[in-house]
Every structure is written in structure tokens, then in C-alpha cells.
Design a protein around this ligand. Sequence first.
Ligand code: SF4
Ligand code: SF4
Length: 421
Amino acid sequence: MTDIRELVSEMADEVEKCVNCGFCESVCPTLPASGFRSIMGARGRVDLGKAFVNEFAANGRNTLKIADSFYSCLDCFACLQVCPAGVNAGKVSEIGREIVTAHARTDANPEKPVAGMIVAATMKFLNPLGVRKKCTSWSKGLEFDRDSSTILYTGNMYQLMAYSIPLGKMERRLGEKATNFMSGIIAHHPAAIRLTSALVDRKMRRQMDIFLRNIYTLLRASGAGFNYLGEEEPYPGTFIHDLGYRSNFMEYGRMVIDIFRKHGVKTIITVDPHTYDILNVQYRKYFSDFDFEVAHYMDYLGKVKFSKTSETITVHEPCHFVLRPGSYSGPTDLASSVARVTYPERSGRRTMCCGGPDELLFGKLSGNISGERFAQLKATGAERIITACPICFTNLNKDSTVADISQLLVERLQAETAPVP
Ligand code: SF4
Ligand code: SF4
């Protein structure tokens, strides 16, 4: 466990740069979505960080209510793009969550039972809902190169969406009290999490299986050879890290690395922005022996021939791609090479998060954010809305015009290779 003084000092380094201009409030999605409660916006989080640092310096402890403000931050880093002082309220929140999780479990900041449940189940099953086996359904009948040191790594991310939607709905139906009670029980008996898998959204599961098979088809068209770990494939541990459970994450990440080593993996082809980001940034930061090459499947598609279309599309650029240092523009580059792109009001370095990261802990807030983002995308008048992340797809999937980029690309690949009549 990290020493609390170290965390407080990290937080102080970040918040002390703030000149209180408020620019970050203009782009923080959680501020309007919460009805403009300042504590639920970027500047409010930085101010809370300052108050926390001051209180800790004066009393050596914390009595402030900090959990909801820091847990509801989406980690989108939109605030960092506009801050003249280079403050990252997302980083402040990340440190804040770790402080709450490891050091501040008081009446003012109780642990979020849903978070405890997810972490306990992930540690036990290497999958947040204990459904690793079910996450292989997309690969039925497909062939893989069993001796290859390159793997197609889904991280179970697309597949989990079919389970997380009904879980979120159930939470809202049960209400906070009953959900917390149930989550508390499951946190102590993680095997019970498997009961929730009965709530699967079958239509979404079929949809996600199609997207993963699309990705397989695209990679094959590129000529790449790759293996797939099937039932042994672990979830990357993103929730554990993002919820601030650093000591669990250190233990979990070691298990993931051991699985990669056991299978002789050298190159990891990821399929979503969260996995790409956590492996490239957090695993490299915390595990000095994490020496795998990490790519995204779109890196392999440069030489694949796609037929162009006159269809107009708009692209929802994932914050975990474009708002991170070393911004990755693969989806936008590919989409604009095959179709006519019309950009939404917020795009590029000002893209807006879909609200997905708040879905399980702050469902209403998440719904308000996705509603706002969907309206921005619809306002472009494009025929289709293209996403490049399973969480974004799920949160923005409000009508039949929303599609994963793998769908668009496979259509253009098939149009290119179809025999001329
Ligand atoms: S934009 Fe930066 S300097 Fe301005 S209030 Fe926000 S964190 Fe502070
Ligand atoms: S990271 Fe995103 S949600 Fe968090 S404070 Fe910054 S803009 Fe707001």
C-alpha cells in the first residue's frame, strides 16, 4: 500500500499549480450532468484536493466527504486539454480514489460496495463477473495460429457489455440501499457474482460477437498471424486500477503478466482504447518487466484495401485514445479514408466522453452525459455514428444509426473484394 503522505504530496503537486481560472469547467462532462454541482466538476475536484491537502497538513487526517466527487470523475482528461496551468483534475481524482480506497474508509467516505464486489470477483475469476468462459463465444469455429507469439487480446471488454447493461438496470431497479447490501454480500462471497450472469442481454451479446469477428476478419485481411488465449484470456484489470485499489492491481497485474509469459506472448494486439491505454501506460509504469509490444488492431490495417463510400458518418473519438499523451488517431484516420466524415461540436482534442465509466456507480449521471453526447453526434446530420470502443458503443447505442468501426470497415472490405458483376 502506498504511504498516504506520498499520495497527499502527489496531490499537492497537482492542485497547487491551479490558478483558479475555471476553464476546465467548460469541458467537464460531469458538471452539467450533475445539475452544475461545483463539487462534481473539474475545478470543484481540484478545490476539494486543495482542501484535503490543507486539512491533512493541519490535522494529519481527513474528515471531508471526498468519495463521490472523485469516484464520479470519468478520467477523460478533457480538463487537462484546456488548463493553462497544466493541471489534470483526472489525476487529482485518481489519487483521491486511491486515498479513499486505501486510507479514508470512514463514515464520511465509506467504500463503494459495488466497487468492492467487482474487485473481489475480478481477483478470484480474472474477470469482473466470473464469465471468462462465456467470453469466448465469438471465436467459435475460427482458426488461430497456436504457435504464434502474437495474440489477439480482447481483454473480455466487448463481451462484458452484454452483462454490464442488465446489471446496471438491476441496480437502478433495486435502488442504492438494496444494491449496496447485495454487493456487500457478493464482495465476501465472490462466487455469487456468477448468478448475475443469468441477466445477460442476448441481443447485445450477439452484436458484440459480430464486432469481434469483424476484427478477426480485418486482421486476417492484413495478413497478420495471431493466437487467442480463449478461456485463459484474463480481463486486464482496468476497473481495479481505475477504482483506486492499487495494491490489488499490483497483485492482479502480476497474474496477467504470468499468463502472457506462460503462453510465450511477445506482441499483444488490443481491440479497445481502455485496454490499449492500461497496458501501455499503467502496466509499463508499475511493472518494470512488462516488456511486451502492445498494438491496436488498426495499426495492422494500413495496407488493407477498402472500398470508399459516399455515406456520411460522424465519429465519436474515444477519450482514452485522443485525450491521452501520445494521442492515438487510428479510428478517425481509417474512418475518414473510407467515408465522408462530418465532425461533431466536440471532436479531436475537445472530444467528449460518452459517460460510460460512470455507468455502474453513477447511473443517472452517466445517462445524462450519454444523452448530451448522442445529441451532439445526431446534430451533425450524419447517416451513421461510428464508435471505436465497446463502452462508447453501449452507452451511445440509442438508435440503429450507431455502429462500431469494425462494422464499417468490414463492409468496405467486402465491397472491395466482391466480384464485379
Ligand atoms: S483550468 Fe486549470 S488552472 Fe483553471 S481552474 Fe481548472 S485546474 Fe485550475
Ligand atoms: S477527467 Fe473528465 S470528468 Fe474528470 S474532472 Fe477532468 S473533465 Fe471532468
